[in-house]
Write a protein that binds this ligand. Structure first.
Ligand code: HEM
Length: 436
């Protein structure tokens, strides 16, 4: 397996951003830096700090801290945005970010929203860039909703609660694997404490990308060891399931003048993950009660989390966990994981190395072939999604996949197009206690 140097990743990130950002946005991004260009003291401070312990994790982007502006980055949890827990009939699902947005009225409180509402809310609450919010919102509407909108829970074709293996995936950070626990939405005690205890000192705790990629590795192997139906596929595995980890730091970290990249401490993590209680050894989870903490500052508008940025984070994870770029599945028993060669599943369009070098190409070209099969929709109905995918990957010259070798997936009993929020427990599944 090829490994990736930080320099190569940074170069790839910068190159892709040059294409992705319009000139005005680039100017806005670089203007504050230019103003400081001759401020030697500031430059020295930045280098000293970044060299010592960059808050985002050693070797992770950004190379230079983004600007911080309290006024534009403050996310209110007061007045019309005050926390209102879900009531009967309000959908809350596996995504803590969307649950929090609905609890604070950034999304409709019933948890059902249009594509535009998802784009606006994820940007207003977290600083998700419109390219990423647009893609995620549109994909939800086409694959899991009614073409215009979707539910943040719901069953198949209603929302992401029923999206097993088309959106929702196994080996999530805190949530249960569908066929290991019979639900994709339980919060597993050991999973939570494994993450939580990685930063024992509350005063200095920071769940950054370095911490998260170690945790990601553990979760990947835990699913192999405990979920007979574990499936790890190009789009849901390589792309979505990495997002479930990178989003924890990239969106939940609280930004400040001192740490404009953000620091994610214990209190903020618990608030966004709906974890309550004072007894550190016996914390509780209140399903659907995710909250924006007080004094929360999201990403700077010039530093929103975009698709190229996310792509760079996937490659950052792959530096130490190259497994995340290989697809495969357990064959019906635990510890029977076999990788599926990218060349086999793509009928020769991608070698394993090509897929690993350009996961966005591989995953999106795979999705383009699979989505008509999954949804039964015609290519013309799907053209907005495909146009978006083409815009995103246009400058990368992705090799297209003519057809997916579906028979390569027949070895994976856990493979399905839809499923959840509940489902059968696979024979031989190993379960751990849930957190209530
Ligand atoms: C329209 C935008 C979004 C969509 C479609 C979406 C969808 C999803 C889906 C399908 C999952 C399940 C992934 C898996 O099974 O591993 C998930 C999990 C997750 N999402 Fe979102 N999400 C969105 C926005 C956000 C935002 C803004 C945040 C900000 C914090 C966020 C944070 C997370 C986290 C941390 C998880 C993992 C939960 C766990 O297992 O502990 N998401 N999301």
């Amino acid at each position: 397996m090829k490994t990736f140097t930080t320099a190569a990743i940074s170069a790839a990130f910068l190159a892709s951003n040059v294409h992705a950002f319009p000139k005005m946005a680039m100017d806005a991004l670089t203007e504050p830096l230019k103003a400081e260009a001759f401020n030697v003291k500031r430059t020295t401070e930045i280098h000293a700090r970044q060299g010592a312990a960059p808050p985002q994790g050693a070797g992770a982007l950004p190379l230079v801290p983004p600007p911080f502006d309290a006024k534009t980055q403050y996310v209110s949890n007061q007045g019309k945005y005050k926390f209102v827990p879900p009531g009967p009939g309000d959908a809350r699902g596996e995504c803590p970010g969307l649950n929090a947005l609905a609890n604070h009225n950034y999304l409709p409180h019933n948890g059902y929203a249009t594509i535009q509402q998802f784009i606006d809310a994820t940007e207003a609450g977290f600083g998700m860039a419109k390219d990423l919010g647009g893609f995620l919102g549109l994909y939800g509407a086409l694959v899991d909703g009614n073409l215009l909108g979707w539910s943040i829970n719901g069953g198949p074709h209603i929302g992401i609660g029923g999206s097993h293996n088309n959106y929702e995936a196994d080996s999530s950070p805190l949530k249960s694997d569908l066929n290991q626990y019979g639900s994709n939405q339980k919060l597993i005690k050991d999973q939570f404490y494994s993450l939580y205890n990685r930063q024992p000192d509350a005063a200095t705790a920071n769940y950054n990308l370095e911490v998260l990629r170690d945790f990601r590795k553990e979760r990947y192997y835990e699913s192999i060891h405990k979920n007979p139906y574990y499936s790890y596929l190009p789009f849901t595995g390589i792309e979505v399931s990495q997002a479930a980890f990178t989003f924890i730091y990239r969106f939940m970290a609280n930004k400040s003048d001192e740490n404009p990249e953000g620091v994610l401490n214990k209190e903020v993590l618990k608030s966004f993950m709906a974890i309550y209680g004072d007894d550190e050894e016996n914390l509780h989870w209140k399903r659907g009660h995710e909250r924006f903490p007080d004094n929360f500052y999201k990403r700077n508008p010039t530093d929103e989390y975009s698709i190229p940025y996310f792509e760079a984070d996937i490659l950052y994870f792959a530096e130490t966990v190259p497994e995340v770029l290989e697809i495969g599945c357990n064959h019906g028993s635990v510890n029977t994981f076999n990788t599926i060669d990218a060349a086999t599943i793509s009928n020769g369009a991608y070698t394993a190395e090509q897929a690993a070098q350009s996961p966005l190409c591989f995953a999106s070209e795979f999705a383009k072939v699979e989505i008509p099969l999954i949804t039964g929709l015609s290519n013309s109905a799907l053209s907005p999604l495909f146009n978006t995918l083409n815009t995103l990957t246009g400058n990368m010259n992705c090799a297209s996949i003519g057809s997916v070798n579906q028979s390569a997936l027949t070895a994976c009993p856990g493979f399905s197009f839809y499923g959840g929020p509940t489902g059968p427990v696979a024979k031989g599944a190993i379960q751990d206690p849930v957190l209530n």
